[in-house]
Design a protein around this ligand. Structure first.
Ligand SMILES: [Zn+2]
Length: 245
């Protein structure tokens, strides 16, 4: 692991410093690798953070952040003239905080919906989430047992109730064996090149997750379930943060 993933520690930290380990270029563009980062690299259904990296008077706009082989790649919109001389330099990092928090809310809401359904131990099991602002959903293996309208009404009531209780969203770094002890629903493939972390919301089952979360469900204020759709043995539940309508 070359880049220390500091976004795992604090969702709300949007400024920091880091040293440039190397620069590179690939099909997507030119990128910077830092010794540590507060930028979330796109993955796990959550979009990348955006922001700025500044070295001296040189300010670089970061429009995409990816993860590859234990490194976080910060893609710059445009190479500055000093780009090849940045290695070893200290930089200031600044993440677009409103965008980060919107993603953290959407992502935490996905856990809420997946956790409530999984907790019921019914015919559906959460397998993935898509937490982009347009078209957020949680995908499940299996189909609802009964009437889907009734399921949506029940799910919405449980969401409202849990948000009303405002439990904290807890995370902890774990080893592989600890993860297996704490989590019932473990994805078939866990990332091999990232630290492992579990997230726990109230009495819902703990799940492995390397995304960014809000500290308390109170910050969501409201989550609205929009629709439920089953196809070929899979079910998608769409949602958005905020009240419906
Ligand atoms: Zn998560």
């Amino acid at each position: 692991m070359n880049t220390n993933l500091k976004y795992l520690d604090d969702t709300y930290a949007n400024t920091d410093e880091a040293v440039v380990l190397r620069i590179g270029r690939d099909d997507r563009g030119s990128y910077i690798v830092l010794n540590q980062t507060i930028f979330y690299p796109q993955g796990g259904g959550q979009p990348a953070d955006t922001g700025f990296v500044q070295s001296g008077q040189t300010v670089m706009n970061i429009s995409f952040v990816g993860f590859s082989d234990g490194e976080v790649l910060h893609y710059v919109d445009e190479e500055p003239p000093v780009f090849d001389m940045l290695v070893g330099r200290l930089c200031e990092l600044s993440v677009d905080l409103p965008r980060r928090l919107e993603h953290a809310k959407l992502h935490t809401s996905g856990h809420l919906i997946a956790g409530i359904i999984d907790k019921q131990k019914g015919s559906m099991r959460a397998v993935k989430g898509f937490h982009f602002p347009e078209g957020s959903y949680v995908e499940f293996e299996g189909k609802p047992e009964g009437d889907t309208d009734a399921l949506l009404v029940d799910l919405q009531a449980r969401i409202d109730s849990l948000i009303g209780e405002s439990p904290r969203v807890l995370t902890s770094m774990v080893t592989h064996s600890e993860l297996k002890q704490h989590c019932l629903n473990i994805p078939s493939q866990l990332p091999q090149d990232k630290p492992l972390r579990i997230v726990t919301i109230d009495s819902l089952d703990s799940v492995p997750c390397g995304g960014t979360h809000v500290a308390s469900l109170a910050e969501l204020e409201a989550v609205s379930v929009l629709k439920i759709k089953s196809k070929k043995g899979c079910t998608k539940i769409s949602y958005r943060v905020g009240k419906e309508g």
